[in-house]
Design a protein around this ligand. Structure first.
Ligand SMILES: *[C@@H]1O[C@H](CO)[C@@H](O)[C@H](O)[C@H]1NC(C)=O
Ligand SMILES: *[C@@H]1O[C@H](CO)[C@@H](O)[C@H](O)[C@H]1NC(C)=O
Ligand SMILES: *[C@@H]1O[C@H](CO)[C@@H](O)[C@H](O)[C@H]1NC(C)=O
Ligand SMILES: *[C@@H]1O[C@H](CO)[C@@H](O)[C@H](O)[C@H]1NC(C)=O
Length: 365
């Protein structure tokens, strides 16, 4: 075989997700719309839904699936990297009366936050606490099927992906009043951003401990991105600048999250993680778009009005012709192209993006 055909063969293997050897037995996904693969389709009255056009136009089926994306989202690319099918939405399994949980399940829900109350701002969704309650039910079923030891074995080698926090911060900065309805952390109307972020950090720590107590050991922890640069935040500025205050609190949250992760890994036997610094990755896209194949980093692809961020990506909205050169699909969410890049950086990126190890190293360890 000539070297050229060998290279071509390698490239074919690289590009077909199915040829990747399975790296972990299962992936369990917790989080928000960045990784929702259809749970919210099963919520009766949620406003946070994406099961209508133009979402999904670049998905293999070219149909909306409930993903807030033109195509696949980060959960799909993570699964591909792991050699697994995308973890199915928990509520679709419940709906189908299926207890086939062994290859992983997704609990992620658009609009969800670390705080229970965040869901109310973005329409009905499944808050983190409830997602973990669902996971506890899944674990019980796994114990029925595999016994305690068998279930523990699967869970201790599975990957737990956690993508949460953006909505808690956005919720705080979306309400023009400074009311704490965004934080959901109490009845007071004077929650400052600082208090909210401290409370987020305390709460995510408790939530991670709960997942650990239920058997989770390997974590893909995704930090909050530059939420102040999403089109809806930029569109509020006369000059289309990012909301620097929202970005500041996103980085403060991320800093606290890293400290929590360091703490948990020294405190809890077997707790290991890879933290992905979405904020830095995202800032790189914005500063050097052409390095990543992007031409438009400010405006959404799908929507209407200023930066296409005044009306969401609804069937009445227009959308851009080239989705690969936009970072943002709609007023909040990245395109398939941006999600693919994020996951590539989380998986194989340098310490600038993924620390203390990247996902490939985490899984190999
Ligand atoms: C549930 O059933 C529907 C219709 O039969 C099917 O399309 C869907 O893939 C199933 N979902 C899961 C997670 O098995
Ligand atoms: C969320 O609500 C549940 C009860 O539904 C409660 O047990 C939990 O402590 C709440 N979590 C937060 C972070 O407020
Ligand atoms: C919210 O409160 C902070 C101080 O806690 C203040 O700096 C900020 O301008 C307020 N934002 C709005 C929109 O009122
Ligand atoms: C769309 O954008 C991508 C990334 O910038 C570029 O490689 C591609 O050629 C563009 N496609 C068209 C049809 O312009």
């Amino acid at each position: 075989m000539g070297i050229v055909s060998l290279l071509l063969l390698l490239m074919v293997f690289e590009s077909t997700g199915t040829s990747t050897a399975q790296m972990v037995p299962a992936m369990f996904v917790f989080g928000d719309s960045l990784v929702d693969v259809g749970n919210n389709n099963y919520l009766e009255i949620s406003l946070a839904k994406a099961n209508f056009p133009h979402n999904g136009i670049d998905f293999p089926s070219h149909r909306p699936t409930g993903r807030f994306s033109n195509g696949k989202n980060s959960a799909d690319f993570l699964a591909e990297k792991l050699g697994l099918p995308s973890s199915p939405p928990y509520l679709s399994l419940v709906h189908n009366k299926s207890t086939n949980f062994l290859a992983g399940v997704s609990f992620a829900s658009g609009g969800a936050g670390i705080f229970n109350g965040t869901a109310q701002i973005f329409g009905q969704s499944i808050p983190m606490t409830k997602q973990i309650d669902y996971f506890a039910a899944v674990r019980e079923e796994m114990v029925e099927q595999l016994g305690e030891t068998g279930a523990e074995k699967v869970l201790s080698t599975a990957l737990f992906a956690v993508v949460i926090g953006s909505n808690d911060i956005l919720g705080h900065f979306s309400s023009d009043s400074n009311s704490s309805s965004g934080s959901g952390s109490g009845g007071a109307t004077t929650t400052t951003a600082e208090q909210m972020v401290s409370s987020m950090i305390v709460t995510i720590e408790q939530q991670l401990k709960r997942i650990y107590d239920l058997g989770g050991r390997k974590y893909a922890m995704i930090g909050v991105g530059a939420v102040g640069c999403c089109p809806t935040q930029r569109a509020r500025s006369q000059t289309m600048e990012c909301n620097a205050v929202a970005n500041h609190w996103a980085t403060e949250y991320n800093r606290g999250l890293v400290l929590v992760l360091e703490q948990l890994s020294s405190e809890l036997h077997g707790f290991v993680y890879s933290y992905f610094d979405t904020y830095t990755a995202f800032s790189n896209f914005i500063q050097n778009p052409s390095n990543y194949g992007f031409k438009e980093v400010k405006a959404a692809c799908c929507g209407l009005g200023t930066l296409k961020a005044q009306v969401a990506c609804l069937p009445i909205s227009s959308y851009c012709s080239n989705r690969s050169d936009h970072v943002f699909w709609d007023l909040f969410h990245p395109t398939e192209a941006a999600s693919r890049l994020f996951v590539g950086m989380a998986f194989d990126g340098s310490g600038q993006f993924a620390s203390p190890v990247n996902l490939r190293q985490l899984i190999a360890a």
